[in-house]
Design a protein around this ligand. Structure first.
Ligand SMILES: [NH3+]CCCCC(=O)O
Length: 267
């Protein structure tokens, strides 16, 4: 499956402008043969936009994006705020090429006051969606910095982790190094799609990338608005896991509380 990722500064607080950019990006991505377009974290509204993020979360942000996906025949991993039963979530939605919502992830590790002021953390690990022969997990930004999140997706059979992101200075290290480690230690594709430019109090690091299960950077960009492309192949995941069998060799029995409590009789 050819996938794409849209690194962009977006238009903070302007849903119509962001949806217009989404439409143009879907057209370009589809023309290049992509079957999936991954956006940045909270793409539809912007991230550091203050109380407006909650006001916008209570509007219908998904219907126009679903129509865009269907009109271009391309699936989306779409970053958008979500409101349900009095709670607000920093979410990502998997929308298929017919505009149907197949899955949703609520950011399960909130980052500092910026997230916690407005959102409730999700209580579920990354969902894994079977789409066109590829098993796709979703995490959001800070989530991917916890190895347990990516390992859990890999053990659940994911081939790819799509990561809508709003990664700001001074965290260039994550974009430049950590993603390749996450891909290598789990033999899994990672698509990390970040904001760029300035937004509110933040200066984003850009540095979006798509990384192979053997930690090869398949496409990347430092700064600027750009579509990234790469081809995700499940057999490449399987080959990588033969070469680096961490998941097969893993000994979860050693990491249970009871294993930790067991005294070593030889000492
Ligand atoms: N390294 C911490 C920055 C995480 C930013 C975010 O989750 O939006």
């Amino acid at each position: 499956m050819k996938i794409s990722g849209l690194q962009t500064s977006g238009t903070p607080g302007d849903v119509d402008a962001n949806l217009h950019e989404l439409d143009a990006a879907c057209r370009r991505a589809r023309a290049e043969g992509a079957e999936l377009l991954i956006t940045t974290e909270l793409f539809v509204t912007g991230y550091d936009i203050g109380d407006a993020v909650r006001e916008l979360a209570r509007t219908d942000l998904l219907s126009p994006a679903r129509e865009t996906a269907a009109s271009h025949g391309i699936a989306l991993v779409l970053g958008a705020p979500e409101y349900e039963s009095g709670a607000y979530y920093n979410s990502a939605f998997f929308i298929d090429a017919a505009g149907a919502i197949l899955g949703r992830h609520r950011k399960n590790h909130l980052f500092g006051e910026l997230d916690r002021r407005y959102f409730t953390p999700g209580d579920l690990p990354a969902p894994v969606i079977d789409y066109a022969g590829v098993r796709i997990a979703m995490l959001i930004c800070y989530d991917v910095e916890f190895p347990e999140n990516v390992r859990s997706a890999a053990l659940a059979g994911a081939d790819l982790v799509a990561v809508p992101t709003a990664q700001m200075q001074p965290y260039e290290f994550i974009a430049e190094h950590l993603l390749r480690v996450r891909a290598w230690e789990n033999q899994i594709y990672i698509a990390y799609v970040n904001h760029d430019g300035d937004e509110g109090s933040l200066r984003y690091v850009g540095r979006s990338s798509i990384v192979s299960p053997s930690a090869t950077v398949l496409d990347s960009v430092e700064h600027g608005n750009r579509l990234l492309f790469a081809t995700v192949e499940p057999h490449t995941v399987r080959q990588a896991r033969k070469a680096n069998p961490y998941l097969a060799d893993l000994r979860p029995d050693l990491f249970t509380p009871s294993a930790r409590a067991t005294k070593d009789p030889s000492c």
